[in-house]
Write a protein that binds this ligand. Structure first.
Ligand SMILES: CCCCCCCCC/C=C/C(=O)SCCNC(=O)CCNC(=O)[C@H](O)C(C)(C)COP(=O)(O)OP(=O)(O)OC[C@H]1O[C@@H](n2cnc3c(N)ncnc32)[C@H](O)[C@@H]1OP(=O)(O)O
Length: 303
């Protein structure tokens, strides 16, 4: 059983999971070898596959970090590089951010990066996460999240940082900032990103209770903008993209900046202090112990 404190999600059998990963891996390899739909070649890195469509100016960016797309240091770094590359290509105006792993959008921060490591590692890891958020939150490109799986904590932050969110309708695909359930605290910029999406009161309740929303609730509270049947997420995201791209770029980009700059600047002005906070928080014995217990529970639930 997948453990998401208070919500037990039936685990996939190991065999099924193995087969799905193998099929997904094969599909991924074939797509990467074959190139993008209109002849533009796919590119990317080990953990981030980018399928660009030069004709529409939209690239599909797929996360691939088995088993659960946790945001490891490597994945964070590769995401920043892919994003930067697309930003620098004049042809591209939009990105669909999705997962290449069945049933999981992203399990959030990689707990193994936050457990039993040294302070220098924690600092490097946090800096990489800040970097990704600052870039994703402020990118001039339209970014639409096609959320095709569970999306707790840092996975939810990724989605909230996009301009629009489409979630597949499956009760296992929960989304929310559940940090308190792990005995940790969502940083102020996670909180700000959620406030900017669903408002102060709804965020306070969601954060204090560590709420993980199922699709209908996520739509109702505004964590996502649209819920569609599984299998239609990418199509719906592309349809939404058409509406966003119909707006003149300069006007939309300036408006995005006007809406988001103050939030991003808040982190920019205290980036170093935020890193130090994270390092000293993670270095506490009680926090290490809480994280280790949580990770152990995740590992044991298969047994
Ligand atoms: C002052 C302020 C200062 C700052 C204070 C600090 C702020 C920190 C903010 C933190 C933000 C976060 O994102 S913290 C991360 C929060 N994330 C979560 O709570 C999600 C936990 N994961 C799950 O619930 C589930 O794995 C879920 C994603 C639904 C998928 O379920 P499945 O049944 O498909 O898969 P599972 O069997 O559970 O997991 C498969 C394997 O992946 C591992 N795994 C699962 N999630 C993982 C994760 N996040 N990191 C690493 N490894 C993970 C499991 O241990 C298993 O490992 P093996 O058994 O070895 O195969």
């Amino acid at each position: 059983m997948a453990l998401l404190a208070g919500l037990r999600v039936p685990a996939r059998s190991l065999l099924r999971a193995g087969a799905r990963l193998r099929d997904a891996a094969l599909g991924r390899w074939e797509r990467a070898a074959g190139g993008g739909g209109d002849g533009a070649r796919s590119f990317g890195s080990q953990r981030v596959l980018v399928e660009p469509d030069a004709a529409t100016g939209v690239a599909v960016m797929k996360l691939w970090n088995p088993p659960v797309n946790s945001l490891s240091l490597d994945l964070l770094t590769e995401l920043v590089i892919s994003l930067e590359k697309l930003e620098n290509e004049k042809t591209f105006r939009g990105i669909i951010l999705t997962s290449d792993l069945p049933g999981i959008f992203s399990a959030g921060l990689d707990l193994t990066e936050m457990c039993g490591r040294n302070p220098a590692h924690y600092a490097e890891y946090w800096k990489a996460l800040q970097e990704l958020w600052l870039r994703l939150y402020q990118t001039h490109l339209v970014v639409i999240a096609a959320i095709n799986g569970a999306s707790p904590a840092g996975g939810c932050l990724l989605a909230l940082s996009c301009d629009y969110r489409v979630l597949a309708d499956n009760p296992k695909f929960i989304i929310g900032l559940n940090e308190t359930l792990l005995g940790i605290v969502a940083p102020f910029w996670f909180k700000d990103t959620m406030i900017n999406t669903i408002g102060h009161r709804a965020t306070e309740r969601a954060l204090q209770l560590g709420l993980l929303f199922r699709p209908a609730e996520a739509l109702q509270v505004g964590v996502v903008d649209q819920v569609v049947p599984e299998g239609q997420v990418q199509g719906a995201a592309l349809s939404a993209m058409t509406q966003w791209l119909a707006i003149p770029d300069h006007a939309r980009q300036l408006t995005k900046s006007m809406m988001r700059k103050a939030t991003a600047d808040r982190l920019l002005t205290q980036r170093e202090a935020d890193i130090q906070n994270f390092v000293s928080f993670l270095s506490r014995d009680s926090i290490q112990k809480a994280l280790q217990v949580y990770l152990e529970k995740l590992r044991q639930k298969k047994g």
